[in-house]
Ligand binder design. Structure first.
Ligand code: ATP
Ligand code: MG
Length: 195
């Protein structure tokens, strides 16, 4: 049920994970983990993020050829040390600098190609809501991506600040509310948990 003879979804839907609480990107990663168990092919595209110390980047290398992971943000100059646990993120802001439309557009055009190619069963556009919220992508551009989704493909958009226009085109919207977070009690980002 729900899959054709080639093990593809007969009808892929559009999902959005939004809200102020932790768990949007990890929900999308959890979905990828589940989908790969059924031999689905996943493309995970991150807008605004380029920190090469994220655990999910290394996990996806282990899960090849089922998942391809692409980042379209600025990298961290201390990635190697943070990954090995010898240094913590100092919130220097380097990876937050230069969030330009040019950069977002590179990710956008790449996403367009991925959707047009239709090779994947699940495509995640991680943090794309934030690219929209920051004015790096336009609503027309994001709506065009959703509209051009191939029938068999499940498409997931994540990021804070869901615009109402996207609510209309989504089949599933989950809003994660921040009720309590260890950052409020001075507990810093932890390797393997936050990244
Ligand atoms: P995660 O990647 O852990 O699923 P997320 O995608 O929901 O988090 P983002 O808005 O992308 O959250 O935030 C990026 C980083 O900020 C992550 O390291 C995440 O754990 C952390 N974070 C998420 N929500 C909060 C919060 N309410 N307070 C503090 N930090 C948060
Ligand atoms: Mg996220």
């Amino acid at each position: 049920m729900g899959c054709d003879m080639d093990n593809r979804l007969t009808k892929g839907l559009v999902q959005i994970y939004t809200g102020t609480g932790k768990g949007k990107t990890t929900a999308a990663l959890g979905l990828a983990f589940r989908a790969i168990g059924h031999d689905f092919h996943v493309c995970f595209i991150q807008f605004l993020k380029g920190s090469s110390y994220c655990g999910e980047l290394f996990t996806s290398q282990r899960l090849k050829p089922y998942i391809d992971f692409y980042q379209f943000g600025i990298g961290c100059p201390h990635s190697a040390l943070i990954r090995s646990g010898h240094m913590k993120c100092t919130k220097c802001g380097y990876c937050f600098k230069e969030k330009t439309r040019e950069q977002a557009l590179i990710g956008y055009k790449f996403s367009q190609d991925i959707l047009a190619e239709g090779k994947y069963d699940l495509v995640v556009l991680d943090e794309i809501n934030n690219a929209l919220r920051l004015g790096l992508l336009t609503m027309e551009e994001v709506l065009a991506l959703v509209k051009n989704k191939p029938e068999h493909m499940e498409l997931v958009l994540t990021g804070r600040g869901l615009p109402p226009e996207l609510l209309d085109v989504a089949d599933l919207v989950s809003e994660i509310t921040a009720v309590k977070h260890p950052f409020e009690n001075g507990i810093e980002s932890r390797r393997g948990i936050e990244y």
